[in-house]
Design a protein around this ligand. Structure first.
Ligand SMILES: Cc1cc2nc3c(=O)[nH]c(=O)nc-3n(C[C@H](O)[C@H](O)[C@H](O)COP(=O)(O)OP(=O)(O)OC[C@H]3O[C@@H](n4cnc5c(N)ncnc54)[C@H](O)[C@@H]3O)c2cc1C
Length: 262
């Protein structure tokens, strides 16, 4: 996120939560950058102060999650905003079926908190190490016949923009910003909170079995129709070597079941 031309006063270096920069690396170790400054805000006010300080000094700003992106999406030579202290559940609204969570909250922590309340996100990707904001900002998704990506499950965002304003965005408030910032790659501002639509907790029953590639493709429409989640892995070299082997392809249908109401 570009904060505009700064005056170079150096005032931002004293922003709350700032610390001496170190080399940042993504989770895979394939991307490294050396930010000019780092901030680990513990509140929206501290986040605003850090962004305003960066603006005064002409620094670009990039928020980072847990660095699970394989690309340089979170790399910066400006101000790196770390998520570690902006975590936790802000509010659970049972009537509305929503939960509002601080942007740096890891998905695994959100899932644990929701499960305790008998609630759940509708869909997930393969892992839950990411922050909610990182997962939303890149369109992280799993499989799903009727359920969509994590970004599709949000109903509102709180966003701190380059000039330090705090915007609440939803389909009713700043709808254009909401639409763009849903998968904003950290380029439109720093998300400080996200409201997710949630549902009563449910269970998924997984069935994993080897099938030939020909069988998977022949039955694909039926498998995708019958299962809420369906995916398969195909190893072409093995198929070429042993085309009839059952290990040539494996299908993993995951029929969705809900717990019986008590
Ligand atoms: C082992 C592994 C498994 C994975 N599985 C899947 C999968 O099943 N499905 C899938 O789709 N992806 C998957 N991914 C990719 C991963 O979900 C995404 O890269 C996700 O963005 C990582 O989240 P993060 O918290 O690490 O964010 P980062 O990688 O740190 O950042 C990602 C982007 O989000 C932005 N961002 C972070 N915080 C904020 C904020 N507060 N405000 C605004 N922007 C912000 C950053 O600037 C950056 O552009 C996987 C990655 C790994 C390493």
């Amino acid at each position: 996120m570009s904060t505009g031309t700064g005056r170079g006063t150096g005032a931002g270096t004293a922003a709350i939560g700032s610390r001496r920069p170190t080399t940042w690396r993504n989770w895979a170790g394939t991307v490294a950058s050396r930010p000019a400054r780092e901030a680990t805000p513990a509140s929206v006010d501290e986040l605003v102060a850090a962004i305003r300080g960066a603006r005064e000094d002409g620094l670009k700003v990039k928020p980072v999650g847990t660095g699970h992106s394989f690309t340089a999406a979170a790399a910066t030579d400006g101000l790196l905003v770390r998520p570690d202290l902006l975590t936790g559940i802000r509010n659970i609204d049972r009537a509305a079926g929503t939960v509002t969570v601080e942007a740096g909250t890891p998905l695994k922590r959100l899932n644990t908190a929701l499960a305790r309340e008998g609630l759940s996100l509708t869909n997930m990707g393969d892992i839950m190490e990411q922050t909610v904001s990182g997962a939303v900002s890149t369109g992280t998704h799993g499989t799903g016949r009727d359920s969509a990506s994590i970004a599709a499950q949000i109903t509102a965002l709180e966003l701190v923009t380059a000039d330090g304003r705090v915007l609440t965005c939803s389909k009713d408030e700043h709808p254009d910003v909401f639409a763009a910032a849903r998968v904003g790659l950290g380029a439109l501002g720093v998300i400080s909170a996200i409201t997710f639509s949630v549902e009563p907790i449910f269970f998924l029953q997984a069935r994993e079995e080897p099938m030939t590639f020909n069988q998977v493709t022949a039955e694909f429409d039926q498998l995708a129709t019958e299962n809420e989640h369906f995916e398969f892995y195909w190893f072409p070299t093995r198929a070429t070597a042993t085309p009839n082997a059952t290990t040539a392809a494996s299908a993993r249908p995951l029929p969705r079941t809900r717990s019986a109401p008590s």
